[in-house]
Design a protein around this ligand. Structure first.
Ligand SMILES: Cc1cc2nc3c(=O)[nH]c(=O)nc-3n(C[C@H](O)[C@H](O)[C@H](O)COP(=O)(O)O)c2cc1C
Length: 309
C-alpha cells in the first residue's frame, strides 16, 4: 500500500531553496508545506515568508502555504494574498509552541479557546474561496484541549487536520502522546494526518501499526536529517538506496546553488549550511567523517569543493 507522506513546514529550513532542491532529487513526497506567513506589527505580511510562496520560487509541485493568525481580519488578508498568487488551499498553524507566540494567542496558544477558533473559522470560511486545512498540537497546557475542539470542528469542511501529538508547553521535549492521538480518531469526521517523531522507518512501522486507520503522515526533522526517509518508508526498507551518495550530493549542490543565486552573504549561507549538516549527520550515519570537516569550514568555496564529488 502506498502511504500519503508529507514534508512538514520548518521555518528556516524548508524554504523554497530546500523544497525545490528536494523536489528535483528525492521522490515520494505527496505534499510540501511552506513555513507560516505572519503579520508584522505594522499590519503587513512579513517579507521573508511572503517571498517564499511566490509562484516564481515554487516552479515544481504546488506547495501548501500556511498562516499564523489569531483573528479573522489577518487571516483574510493573507488568504486574499495567497488567492491572488493562485493558491487554492491554506493551512492554519495552531501548533507553534514558543511562549512569545503562544502568549499572544497564536499557534498552540489558541487551542484552549475553542469557541474563538470556531468563530474565526465561521467568518473566514464564509469569506474566502480557499480550502482550509489545520495543523495543530493537541493543546497548550496539556493534551486535553483537542478533545473539546475536534467535535466542534465537525460542522466545517476542511481538507485535513494535521496533529502534532504534543502540547505547546512541552516545546519539543518529552514524547508524543500516542494514547491521546488514539482518542482523537473517533472524535473527528476529518482526515487526520499524524505528525511527530517519525525519524526512522522503524518509527513509521510503530505508528502505522498503532494507528491502523490513519493513511496520511507528516515528517519534519526526521526528513531533513534523512531525505531518503520517504522513499525508504514507501519501500519498507531500512537500507539507504544504493546510489544514495551521488543523489545526496546532487541535492547539496542544488541547495547551495539556489542560496547563492539569492544572496551574496556567504557567511550566512555557510552558517545555514552548517545547521543543515547537524540534521544530516544525525540521519545519515555514513556522513560523520564529512560532517567533521563541514564543522571546521571557513569558506563556501571550501564547502563547494567538499561536495563536488
Ligand atoms: C525549527 C523548526 C521550525 C518549525 N516551523 C514550523 C512552521 O513554520 N509551521 C508549522 O506548522 N510547524 C513548524 N514546526 C513544527 C514541525 O512542522 C513539526 O510539526 C514538528 O517538528 C514535529 O514533527 P517532526 O517530529 O516530524 O519534526 C517547526 C519545527 C521546528 C523544529
Amino acid at each position: 500500500m502506498r502511504h500519503q507522506l508529507y514534508l512538514a513546514p520548518l521555518q528556516s529550513f524548508t524554504d523554497f531553496h530546500f523544497r525545490n532542491a528536494f523536489q528535483q532529487v528525492f521522490g515520494d513526497v505527496d505534499r510540501f508545506y511552506a513555513p507560516y506567513l505572519k503579520m508584522t506589527n505594522e499590519g503587513q505580511i512579513k517579507e521573508g515568508p511572503k517571498k517564499d510562496v511566490l509562484p516564481i520560487h515554487n516552479p515544481f509541485e504546488a506547495v501548501v502555504p500556511q498562516v499564523l493568525v489569531c483573528g479573522s481580519h489577518d487571516f483574510l488578508i493573507m488568504a486574499e494574498y495567497l488567492q491572488y498568487l493562485g493558491y487554492h488551499e491554506v493551512n492554519w498553524n495552531m501548533g507553534c509552541p514558543y511562549p512569545m507566540v503562544a502568549k499572544r494567542d497564536l499557534g498552540s496558544g489558541i487551542l484552549n479557546q475553542p469557541d474563538r477558533i470556531v468563530s474565526i473559522l465561521e467568518e473566514v470560511m464564509a469569506k474566502t474561496p480557499l480550502k482550509i486545512g489545520l495543523k495543530m498540537r493537541m493543546g497548550y497546557e496539556d493534551t486535553s484541549d483537542i478533545l473539546r475542539l475536534l467535535p466542534l470542528l465537525n460542522k466545517f469542511d476542511f481538507t485535513e487536520i494535521i496533529v502534532h501529538a504534543r502540547y505547546g508547553k512541552q516545546l519539543y521535549q518529552g514524547g508524543c502522546d500516542h494514547d491521546r492521538f488514539t482518542e482523537c480518531i473517533p472524535l473527528t469526521k476529518h482526515q487526520l494526518v499524524y505528525n511527530g517523531d517519525i525519524n526512522t522507518v522503524d518509527d513509521f512501522r510503530e505508528v502505522s501499526k498503532k494507528f491502523s486507520s490513519i493513511q496520511h503522515w507528516m515528517m519534519g526533522r526526521g526528513a531533513i536529517a534523512n531525505p531518503f526517509l520517504f522513499e525508504m518508508i514507501q519501500e519498507d526498507s531500512d537500507e539507504f538506496p544504493e546510489d544514495w551518495e551521488p543523489v545526496f550530493y546532487e541535492f547539496l549542490q542544488l541547495l547551495l546553488a539556489s542560496h547563492l543565486k539569492e544572496s551574496s552573504n556567504e557567511g550566512n549561507i555557510l552558517l545555514k549550511t552548517k545547521h543543515f549538516w547537524e540534521y544530516f549527520e544525525s540521519g545519515i550515519p555514513m556522513l560523520s567523517p564529512i560532517y567533521r570537516k563541514v564543522k571546521k569550514l571557513k569558506s563556501l568555496d571550501d564547502y563547494h569543493h567538499l561536495i563536488s564529488i
